[in-house]
Design a protein around this ligand. Structure first.
Ligand code: CA2
Length: 154
């Protein structure tokens, strides 16, 4: 078993920088900075390293995912609206062969029909939707537990 801490990438897609500033009825009142701070604390408590990034640009998100092997052990991602449109993000997630947790703040299945399909869900290890911003924390905890279990089996 390696002594190196697990490295987790935490990605948010388009418009999620607006969290807490608009549409509180759907996405709550917490800002992305507050969510990231809370998850950083959870990561510290779990003894893992968390790197948080946000981009509005599909290609930037694809590049970050493509660069993961050798640097990161797993991914927590809210792909925002690209969830429902991006074959490129799906291909990137499928190619890295690392566990990925897809998080949605809202329950996408209770919303408009065009939000019911996710290109990522078929290639993600797990999907959380509808738990509000706490979904990020539960997603992170579940991912770390899975990675620790697979490392202890090596
Ligand atoms: O529920 C989620 O987390 C979503 O991934 C959020 C996306 C939406 O397109 C997905 O269908 C579900 C939208 C993110 C935009 O975030 C905003 C936050 C505050 C104000 C406006 C947009």
């Amino acid at each position: 078993m390696s002594n190196q801490p697990l490295n987790i990438l935490f990605l948010n897609g388009p418009n999620l920088q607006l969290l807490g500033m608009r549409e509180p009825g759907i996405y709550g009142t917490e800002t992305l900075a507050t969510i990231e701070r809370r998850c950083q604390k959870v990561a510290r408590d779990l003894g893992v390293v968390l790197e948080c990034r946000q981009s509005n640009h599909e290609g930037v998100l694809v590049d970050w995912i493509d660069e993961m092997p050798g640097k990161f052990d797993g991914l927590v991602i809210n792909p925002g609206a690209y969830t429902h449109t991006s074959v490129a993000l799906r291909d990137a997630v499928a190619a890295i062969r690392l566990p990925v947790v897809e998080v949605h703040i809202s329950n996408i299945f209770q919303r408009e029909d065009y939000r019911h399909h996710s290109y990522l869900s078929e290639v993600a290890w797990a999907v959380l939707a509808g738990m509000g911003s706490e979904g990020y924390e539960w997603g992170l905890r579940a991912l770390v537990r899975k990675l620790q279990q697979s490392t202890s089996e090596e």
